[in-house]
Design a protein around this ligand. Structure first.
Ligand SMILES: [Zn+2]
Ligand SMILES: [Zn+2]
Length: 174
């Protein structure tokens, strides 16, 4: 599977099954904090219905994120389900890549004879990524005093900051 363009004319005859690995350009995501690592594993069924063209399936991706606490890069696996209806913009006066949200389904529009599957994949990746990604559930973050990553080693400045009453004890130990 090389291209993620669906030729709508082919759907007149039979549904289309897209299955395989696809490389993905990060520039498509248009967001520097999220990078796709490796290839996407895609499994989609595209079918022409009387009113719309239905794209159903899922994809797996691995993205690289920046931890909101310790600022380190980490990889984050995603499994995303897709259930998207497409309508030709020829039937819609307001042309564009705009997604029209109705009550429970969203309809995307395409122009010409092709649907760009990459567009919906981009959108879904960005929706699936957490707002404040953490490299691990209990990430310790960075020390606000010395900037050290506390996941790797503990610094002594923190104890004093956290509870000044401990200071005499620390002096005793030394
Ligand atoms: Zn972290
Ligand atoms: Zn510190």
């Amino acid at each position: 599977m090389s291209s993620l363009k669906i030729d709508v004319r082919e759907l007149e005859k039979k549904p289309l099954f897209l299955k395989g690995f696809s490389s993905f350009s990060d520039s498509d995501l248009n967001q520097s904090e999220v990078k796709v690592i490796g290839k996407l594993s895609i499994s989609l069924t595209v079918e022409k219905k009387p009113e719309v063209i239905q794209v159903i399936g899922s994809f797996d991706a691995k993205v690289q994120l920046i931890c909101a606490r310790c600022l380190e890069l980490f990889s984050y696996p995603l499994t995303v389900k897709i259930n998207q209806d497409y309508r030709s913009s020829a039937h819609q006066p307001s042309v564009g890549a705009t997604t029209l949200k109705t009550e429970d389904t969203s309809i995307a529009f395409f122009s010409g004879d092709f649907i760009e599957v990459n567009d919906i994949i981009c959108e879904q990746i960005l929706l699936s990524v957490p707002m404040k990604p953490l490299c691990q559930e209990h990430c310790q973050g960075l020390c606000s005093q010395c900037g050290q990553n506390k996941n790797h080693s503990n610094c002594t400045c923190e104890i004093i900051i956290m509870d000044p009453r401990l200071t005499p004890l620390l002096k005793l130990k030394n």
